[in-house]
Structure formats: C-alpha cells, structure tokens
Design a protein around this ligand. Structure first.
Ligand code: MG
Length: 258
C-alpha cells in the first residue's frame, strides 16, 4: 500500500499525463461538440503519449473517458448523440496507466456561459477538493478528508454523494483505502507517508441521492439537480501533500524515467 519515491515519481508521470490530456479536452469543450468527440480525442492523446487509457474495459466500461453532463454525477458513457449545449456543465473523468502505474483525475467545466448557480456549484466542489488535498499530511486521520469536503459543501447548502467514494491508487486503479466524501468519525485510519489516494468529491445542488440510468453506468441525481465532480491523485509525503495530477510532468518527465 505504501509507495517508494521512485514509484511515486512514476505515478506522477501517469497522473500528470491525465492532467495534460484533460487540458486538451477542456480546450475542445464548446456547444455542438459531442461527448464522443471528447472520448476519441482522449484515446488519440494516449496513443501519442505512449500511455494506456485506464478505464476502457475496466469492469466492462466501454470508453476511455467518463463524462457527466448537468444532473449526471459520474460514469456517463460518451455518445455521438450527446451534444453539448451552451450553459451545460460537464465532468471529465480520465485515467491512464504508465509502466504499470495508474493516474486518475477529474474536472467539471463550463460549456460556454453557465448560470451563476452552476458556476457556484462547480467552484465550491473544486474548493472542497483543494481544501481536503491540503490536509493530506502524515499522521492526519483519513476521516479528516471527508470532514473537510462535506463541511465545505454543506456550508454552501450543497450535499455530497455517499454512494461513490475516493480510493487508494497504485498498480490498480482502485486500491484500499476507501476515501469517503462524508465524515465518518469511527474511521480510525491514519494517513502515512507513501500513501497515494484519489479524493473525488461529487457535489449535488439538491439531495445526495443518486440513481442509475438504464445503461447501468450513468449515475444521475435522483432529484434531477445539478452535480459537479473533481478528483486529484495525491501522494502523502513527509514534505506534505503532493498533487500528482497536475500538468507539467507527463510527456517531459516520462522520457527521463524511461
Ligand atoms: Mg477515481
């Protein structure tokens, strides 16, 4: 479960590559673009960079990219029929494998100009992740993450989804421990240097409940309210938290570590 510095360096290449691919996808997001177009671009970007898309085929998921438009929470399947419209928000969740190591990262972005309510939801969801990431120091309790995420969101009258949680990551996409976005005071686990975890708040404007669409993948809010999702891959180190899923280490550092 604990990773060496070299393993963390390899994971940083993976996670940074995810961020760099998401930079490209975010630049494409506009009214008229389909979620299929975004998936195709993600797959092509992996080919260019010599990394493997992490999600395609995992548990049977049929695409490289998970998308979530408006009331969709997570795990939407890209489709030629899903055309982005002005005022939508879209969550882009993507992962890659580099030399056997996984990186995982998600952002929710605006399609054109969005309502003030949508803008606020997206901002608060992002802030909840940033605040929780900053608390990932050795010796902190794991439940502190959920306390911070849930506290920030409920302070803005939002709710956090409980049906899906963050996770450890490494040679598999999903490793122990589970990382809930809600506070569980009975969770006695501690953060240790060498742990690498994914924190991924899913924040709803309405109730926390979700339901599955008939495709058995797409989770949507049960009440149809908007939802926003952000995720980072974070290493807990003696020097403090290191957000691995930031652009700048992918293509460049990968060559150095080869
Ligand atoms: Mg994840």
């Amino acid at each position: 479960m604990l990773k060496s510095q070299r393993e963390i360096d390899l994971m940083r290449v993976a996670a940074s590559t995810v961020s760099e691919v998401l930079d490209e996808l975010v630049a494409m997001v506009a009214p008229g673009v389909t979620t299929w177009d975004l998936d195709a671009a993600a797959e092509a970007a992996c080919r260019v960079r010599g990394v493997t898309p992490a999600f395609k085929g995992l548990y049977g998921f049929p695409a490289c990219l998970c998308v979530a438009v408006n009331e969709e929470v997570v795990h939407g399947i890209p489709s030629k029929r899903k055309v982005l419209r002005e005022g939508d928000i879209i969550g882009l969740d993507f992962g890659v494998v580099y030399k056997g190591w996984y990186g995982d990262h998600a952002r929710t972005v605006h399609v054109g100009v969005v309502s003030p309510a949508a803008e606020r939801l997206v901002r608060v969801a992002r802030e909840s992740l940033e605040a929780a990431a900053a608390a990932c120091v050795p010796g902190a309790r794991l439940c502190e993450i959920g306390r911070i995420v849930e506290g920030h969101c409920t302070a803005h009258d939002y709710t956090v989804v409980r049906d899906f949680v963050g996770h450890g990551i490494g040679r598999k996409l999903h490793e122990d421990p589970q990382v809930p976005n809600y506070y569980d005071p009975n969770d006695r686990q501690m953060l240790k240097a060498g742990m690498v975890i994914c924190i991924e708040p899913m924040v709803n404007a309405g109730a926390p409940d979700v339901r599955m669409l008939a495709d058995d993948w797409t989770a949507v809010t049960a009440d149809g309210a908007l939802s926003a999702h952000f995720e980072h891959t974070i290493a807990v180190t003696e020097g403090g938290p290191v957000v691995l899923s930031q652009s700048g280490w992918g293509a460049k550092a990968g060559a150095a570590l080869a």
